[in-house]
Design a protein around this ligand. Sequence first.
Ligand SMILES: O=C(O)CCC(=O)C(=O)O
Length: 286
Amino acid sequence: MGVYGMSHLYQNVSMTLGITIDDAVVETYCNEGVVVLRGVLSIDEIESLRQGIDAVLAHPSPRAKVASQSDDPGFFLEDFCTWRDHAEFDTFIRNTALVPIAAQLMQSRTVRLYHDHVLVKEAGTRQRTPWHQDQPYYDVEGFQNVSFWIPVDPVPIESSLESVAGTHRGPWLMPRTFRDQQAKWFPEGSLAELPDIEADRSAHAIRAWDLERGDVIAFHMLTVHGAAGSAHRRRVFSLRLLGDDMVHAPRHWLCSPDFRAVIPEEDDQRRAGETLDGEWFPLLLG
Ligand SMILES: O=C(O)CCC(=O)C(=O)O
């Protein structure tokens, strides 16, 4: 069955839940691997996410990483898998309209949580988020997936998420560490390198938007994306969701996030080639 032949089914799922997004939005997501969703979250939801992010900043988890250099006038902090420690995120994830919207975008019957990722750039942060794809850092394979980039501060276009349209079709590109470009995941030479997008931005179909509170960018886990530094405080909650065809792909290296460090071994129900399961990967729809 063709991707678009299925869309009415997923629209019906969303309509049952009182939420619809335009077919044109779904089509853009399928074709470009990135789309902006305007005003899909309420100010109450954004406020609750803001409180969760501020609690993460006050007490980062052991998984948190400083992604800026020590001489950066700002500060870039990332934290992962925070929803179990912060009720604001758990409540949001289980109730947000983004879940049925994800089903529509992914053309999927089911929606499952993979993880969340908090990304905060304090005012004056110079550190770029280098261009990259997310999926090569992960331990999942499949195509039906979506990440939602949810800022709780208004974001001007110059510090917003930027994505290269169409790159979700592949190929997989070499993942490297953000600060010093080390190959810690796939072995050197095993994947193609990213092109130098900054050297000739006009050669790439870059999509970016300024965002108000309540606006969200949806992007595929293979979409090449990045972001400049930020003159203003820019707090973001990124939510990673999986659809029907996504399966566990164990790696010989530590993935990001490193689930082996967060899920006690006896609770880890993931099996190679199978749908993720267990309390760390709750089914949100389906
Ligand atoms: O917020 C950023 O600077 C980058 C976001 C990102 O890479 C992601 O959400 O996957």
